[in-house]
Design a protein around this ligand. Sequence first.
Ligand code: SF4
Length: 308
Amino acid sequence: MTVQNVKVTPKLYRPPHPVDWCPGCGDFGILSSLQRALAELGLLPHQVAVFGGIGCSGKAPYYVSSYGVHTLHGRVLPYAQGAKLANPELTVVAVGGDGDGLGIGAAHFVNAGRRNIDMTYILFNNEVYGLTKGQAAPTMPLGMQTKALPEPNMQNKINSLMLALTSGFTWIGRGYAYNVKQLVKLMQEAIQHPGLSYLEVLQPCPTYNNIHTKEWYNGEDLGHPRVYDVQEEGYDPVIPEGADEETINAKMLAFMQKANEWGDRIPTGILLQNRAIPTYEERISQKIPSYRSNPPAVRDVRDENGYS
Ligand code: SF4
């Protein structure tokens, strides 16, 4: 794409120095997807800021030639939200690992969802703390034992898609690091969504996660890929502006079914696109109706037939 006589190509976003992730790391697919997504949206590097947390993926701002900040452990979202509020014209993308975002950064994840500021958060999910030798991260399933663990993991995993829903993220999607074509599209949709978007990317870590490998995601033991695209099966993620309660409930239920699917089939694609919730920017530019003059209806579900 050509903007202001500048040809915007992914090359414009490539760094002048080498990238030091391990050979075969899923991070490479996510990085090249981000460079392509930004270029194909016609954004110039000075219009973009990439914020990283701490971890292997937290180094991504060094590898995207735009504005960028390598922030503190777990604190990427406050930095990124502050930048967006100070400069609303900026395209803001926060990136980080599952340990960074859902361990020490979990409170920021939840509170960012409540605000719904117009920016994007991309979470690299490899289920381990790769930078510090492969400890179990908050997304590792209960009982899984990767090669760095002396015992099976004793804690249950966070379902980040469900957490994003209940926190208030208004665009939720999932990609796979080795499906770059789909990932580019997902990143573009996430960046263009008005409001806070959350994109989880399943990312094999060939150095420390010897269970959920590229071969596992490809379903070599099953004879079919585990990861599939929900949009190819006709899944519609959109909650339209002004949707009634029945529509919202049906969409939430469909989302929860996809968010809890894991094992032989793992959904990817756009899982939720909620246009019924105003952004933070809209809330501060319009007068919010008083809660007192407009109280929500309260009902006892025990009075409803069939509730158990
Ligand atoms: Fe990638 Fe894992 Fe190496 Fe980190 S430790 S760079 S996540 S392969």
